[in-house]
Design a protein around this ligand. Structure first.
Ligand code: 5GP
Length: 205
């Protein structure tokens, strides 16, 4: 039987660049993680494809899936539901493959409760000024909305304590390298491998 894969959770405050880092990781040919495609009730953006970027659902469909316990976690974010389907994650971990989630912070906290053995990585902006720049250049928000987003982002940064690692997103390529290095190190963690090597010792040579 395969050893169970690792559940990798990348999260961090709104505007930090989680989506960009995730896309960069999965554009690299040597990446061996499996990306868990989320479900959402938000409308597809231009160029987004159902079943590739997200599984796009109606609010009714999403609520029905919540009732059926089909999510590892779900959250309402800026008026839309987002959630991680449980079946794909469980099946893929069982196959011994690492599963990668890129989700906002409320969802990550829920995953921590149900998968304490997961690997939780917090993506950190280089500074609050830089985060504000990214939020400002992203859209057409009013001053009030921007200030509100910054307030939420600061609260989200305070949730950093619930994570195992903090990666600064100063440059996308560097952030990706650090994340991959963390995953490699995690696979060598004594607690994760000791069972395997104890077995090896029992079998002998
Ligand atoms: P966007 O609408 O820009 O694609 O995503 C908005 C936010 O939702 C991002 O912070 C993204 O990380 C988060 N997100 C995407 N999928 C999920 C999910 O399955 N669960 C949760 N909790 N957040 C998600």
């Amino acid at each position: 039987m395969n050893e169970r894969g690792l559940l990798i959770v990348l999260s961090g405050p709104s505007g930090v660049g989680k989506g960009t880092v995730r896309k960069e990781i999965f554009s690299q040919p040597d990446t061996k993680f499996e990306y868990s495609i989320s479900m959402t009730t938000r409308k597809p953006r231009e160029g987004e494809v159902d079943g590739v970027d997200y599984f796009f659902k109606s609010r009714e469909e999403f609520q029905e899936l919540i009732k059926q316990n089909k999510f590892i976690e779900w959250a309402e974010y800026v008026g839309n539901y987002y959630g991680t389907p449980i079946d794909y994650v469980e099946k893929t971990l069982q196959e011994g493959k690492d599963v990668f989630l890129e989700i906002e912070v409320q969802g990550a906290i829920q995953v921590r409760n149900t998968f304490p053995e997961g690997l939780f990585i917090f993506l950190m902006p280089p500074s609050l000024g830089e985060l504000k720049n990214r939020i400002v250049t992203r859209g057409t928000e009013t001053e009030d909305l921007i200030n509100n987003r910054m307030k939420v982002a600061k609260e989200e940064i305070e949730m950093m304590d619930a994570y195992d690692y903090v990666v600064e997103n100063d440059h996308v390529e560097l952030a990706c390298e650090r994340i991959k290095a963390i995953v490699t190190a995690e696979h060598c963690r004594k607690d994760r491998v000791s069972k395997r090597y104890k077995k090896m010792m029992e079998v002998g040579f």
